[in-house]
Design a protein around this ligand. Structure first.
Ligand code: PEP
Ligand code: MN
Length: 340
């Protein structure tokens, strides 16, 4: 529910409204980007909504009470029409600047990571990505260096200044990963791991939430809602391809998810054309298409020696190809009114 306050509402009256909302078991949310002072009341008890609405409408200082129609109450544009901007070190995600996250699928060694980190930084990336906990289809495939990988990521940040994006797979490892990461990634396979999502709602760091292989836009936003409703407002959505009948690409990259999500939510939306296509030579055209569609950023896998990569070599760009991609993106960014 959205509670619109009168312009001349007294502080005492506003306090009483907030108290009333809380006493009936709803959480209050400050609404940003509107001229009037507005309070969002979001709660678990749907049945009680009418009751709360009736009470609030009669309280001093309240002008209007509007129910929120969409099920994703906090992620939707009803409660916040302005785009969310998420600040990580000196980068603002969701504004004019594009978030360019690049790095290897898996952290493999100090040398591999340092080489990649320096190359992507040089090319213009503003985040370093790299997996230390890897969600692999086969239990016999490389599972990641775990904490050792996180330590290497931290060292690479010290070396390059690039903030770190890395995946957390398990609620038990949230504290550990949060000690090293600047942004915690939820992988496609964990999109509906609600225990993990709730845990991440209490983490004071941004979450990069990847769309699942079979996730509808509504389900995607409901997963974001799990994190938001636990108090973490900093969620970045990442489209990374969905599973269709098509086998020419690893997944089918749903570029239309960008404008659809932009219409529905104030959260930043980025695209991962590496997992979206599965082939390094398709990454650049899909990266261009993503920016043209209005994405707030890209996540791209880069590896100095893709043939020998421990994971996702076929979709990884060599550093020189990544540099070329960034250079071809620049004029497009200008046309789109974006910067790097
Ligand atoms: C990854 O980013 O390396 C990854 C495993 O991605 P996804 O969860 O999208 O498959
Ligand atoms: Mn990967």
């Amino acid at each position: 529910m959205i509670v619109v306050l009168k312009p001349d509402a007294e502080a005492k009256a506003v306090e009483a409204v907030l108290e009333k909302i809380k006493s009936l078991g709803y959480n209050t949310h400050e609404i940003v980007g509107v001229e009037r002072r507005v309070i969002g009341a979001v709660g678990k008890d749907e049945q009680n909504k009418e009751h709360l609405k009736n009470i609030l409408e009669t309280m001093p200082g309240v002008e209007n009470v509007i129910p929120i129609q969409k099920p994703y109450k906090l992620a939707g544009r009803e409660i916040q029409s302005a785009n969310s901007e998420i600040v990580v070190d000196d980068v603002v995600i969701g504004g004019e600047r594009i978030a360019l996250m690049a790095g290897p699928c898996s952290v493999e060694s100090r040398d591999q990571l340092q080489t990649t980190a320096k190359a992507v930084k040089q090319a213009g990336a503003n985040f370093l990505r790299g997996g230390a906990f890897k969600p692999r289809t086969s239990p016999y495939s490389f599972q990641g260096l775990e904490e050792e990988g996180l330590i290497l990521l931290k060292e690479a940040k010290e070396e390059t200044g690039l903030p770190i994006v890395t995946e957390v797979m398990n609620p038990r490892e949230v504290d550990l990963v949060a000690r090293y990461a600047d942004i915690l990634q939820v992988g496609a396979r964990n999109i509906q791991n609600f225990s993990l999502l709730k845990e991440l709602g209490a983490v004071p760091k941004p979450i990069l939430l990847k769309r699942g292989l079979m996730t509808t836009i509504k389900e995607f936003l409901m997963s974001a809602e799990y994190i938001l409703s636990e108090g973490n407002k900093n969620v970045i959505l990442c489209e990374r391809g969905i599973r269709t009948f098509e086998t020419a690409t690893r997944n089918t990259l749903d570029i239309s998810a960008v404008p659809v999500l932009k219409k529905e939510t104030h959260l930043p939306v980025i695209i991962d054309p590496s997992h979206g296509t599965g082939h390094w030579d398709l990454v650049q055209p899909m990266a261009m298409a993503s920016i043209a569609a209005g994405a707030d950023g890209l996540m791209i896998e880069v590896h100095p020696d893709p043939i020998n990569a421990f994971s996702d070599g076929p979709q990884s760009l060599k550093p020189d190809k990544f540099t070329h991609l960034v250079e071809t993106l620049r004029p497009l960014l200008k046309v789109m009114g974006r910067t790097l």
